[in-house]
Design a protein around this ligand. Structure first.
Ligand SMILES: Cc1ncc(COP(=O)(O)O)c(C=O)c1O
Length: 387
């Protein structure tokens, strides 16, 4: 095997994609509820994204941040005009956006000559695979064999603000959580919890860093999932996946005070924000910043969750027990082993992905329509009827 054996791919080779469907080399059509793990927000081969990329490819692919990149400025403006952010740092993946955020936290207090370096994180979290990201997650599955990991990260129970309060000391610099835990099992942070951690952060002069690599960029029916709680004032938000629609892009969104803490040369990336990436991101944002588009995500997501709750869960009580999630970030809680159920769905040509807590994760493209929802429900019904 010439590919490093860190993945265990299905025995399906994808040839091409079109909208919410993927086609194998043999020509089998699959309804794609994975979106490349929350990436292809506008579906596959979206004509606007294809033409944005083609047009840009004929002009300039890459020139580095040695030069002004016009469409990078355009994308950054779109983000700052439509979110809490004062500035944006572009990189190439989710874990890089997380890494950048952790560095900003350190720099922010370092600049003030305050010895605050510790970050309180959540149990069951996933932030990517860099050293800082695996240290923040603290999961032995990620860290085993890679020790020593970075110090200063403490994982406490998710959705429990008392667990955070109890662990704060004078060196606590930040609270860092996924607004909706993705890999961990599609668990949204409750609104109450978010309000409470906002207060804790304010009372203790600590920063709030939200990892929205999976749940950001329209996935929950808001541009950022933090927007579900109006009073919430994030200092930092990491996004990636959906912003590129399939092109590798990550971004760290910074508020006013964290923006000021970074200076010339304090961070960087060769590829970050390159013209090709920005052409795609610009087009993705034209869709996901549109309130009608977000409305659509909320509505289709609501209907999918409703049908799962009303038609699937009661009909197959030995296989599944409930539905969780928000927008089009959905988890079907399995009783039977989730991997076995996912295999049965593949037999019916519906692709889903596993998540923690024995959940079947559904992250369909955000362009999903009701006819696709109905098709999915039929496939699930058929697959589960075989048990
Ligand atoms: C919440 C979250 N953070 C970070 C990452 C890491 O992103 P990437 O794989 O692009 O580095 C992921 C990936 O699944 C994620 O879900």
């Amino acid at each position: 095997m010439s590919i490093l054996g860190v993945y265990n791919p299905l025995n399906i080779e994808i040839d091409h994609g079109d909208g919410v469907y993927l086609y194998s080399k043999e020509g089998t059509r699959y309804l794609d509820f994975t979106s490349g793990i929350g990436v292809t927000s506008l579906g596959h081969s979206h004509p606007s994204l294809v033409s944005a990329l083609k047009d840009q490819a004929e002009k300039i692919w890459h020139c580095s941040n040695l030069f002004k990149i016009g469409n990078q400025q355009e994308v950054a403006n779109k983000i700052t005009n439509n979110s809490f952010a004062k500035s944006v740092f572009f990189c190439n993946s989710g874990t890089e956006a997380v890494e950048a955020g952790i560095k900003v936290i350190r720099k922010y207090f370092n600049n003030k000559n305050v010895k605050k370096t510790k970050v309180i994180c959540a149990k069951n979290a996933f932030h990517g695979r860099t050293y800082a990201a695996i240290s923040a997650s603290g999961k032995s599955k990620l860290t085993e064999g890679f020790e020593p990991i970075l110090k200063g990260f403490k994982q406490v129970k998710f959705n429990d603000s008392k667990a955070i309060s109890k662990n704060i000391d004078k060196e606590t610099a930040a609270i860092m959580i996924e607004t909706v835990q993705g890999e961990g099992g599609i668990t949204p942070a409750s609104k109450q919890y978010l309000r409470e951690i906002q207060k804790i952060a304010k009372d203790n002069d600590i920063l709030l860093f939200f990892d929205e690599v999976q749940c950001g960029v329209g996935r929950t029916g808001k541009f950022l999932a933090t927007e579900w709680v109006k009073e919430l004032n994030p200092n930092l938000v990491a996004i990636a996946k959906g912003i590129g629609g399939g092109f590798p892009i990550g971004a760290l969104l910074l508020d006013n005070k964290t923006t000021k803490s970074m200076s010339l040369g304090s961070h960087g990336s060769t590829f970050g924000g390159n013209p090709l990436a920005m052409a795609v991101a610009n087009e993705v944002l034209n869709f996901v910043l549109n309130e009608e588009f977000l409305d659509h995500v909320r509505e289709v997501g609501f209907n999918l969750r409703k049908l799962l709750k009303e038609e699937i869960v009661p009909k197959f009580p030995k296989l599944v027990s409930g539905v969780r999630g928000i927008g089009l970030m959905i988890g079907l809680e399995a009783i039977e082993n989730n991997e076995i159920l996912i295999k049965s769905l593949i037999q019916e040509k519906l692709l889903t992905v596993k998540a923690g807590q024995n959940v079947i994760r559904m992250l369909p493209p955000l362009i999903l329509e009701m006819k696709h929802v109905e098709e999915a429900i039929e496939k699930i019904d058929k697959a589960f009827s075989n048990f």
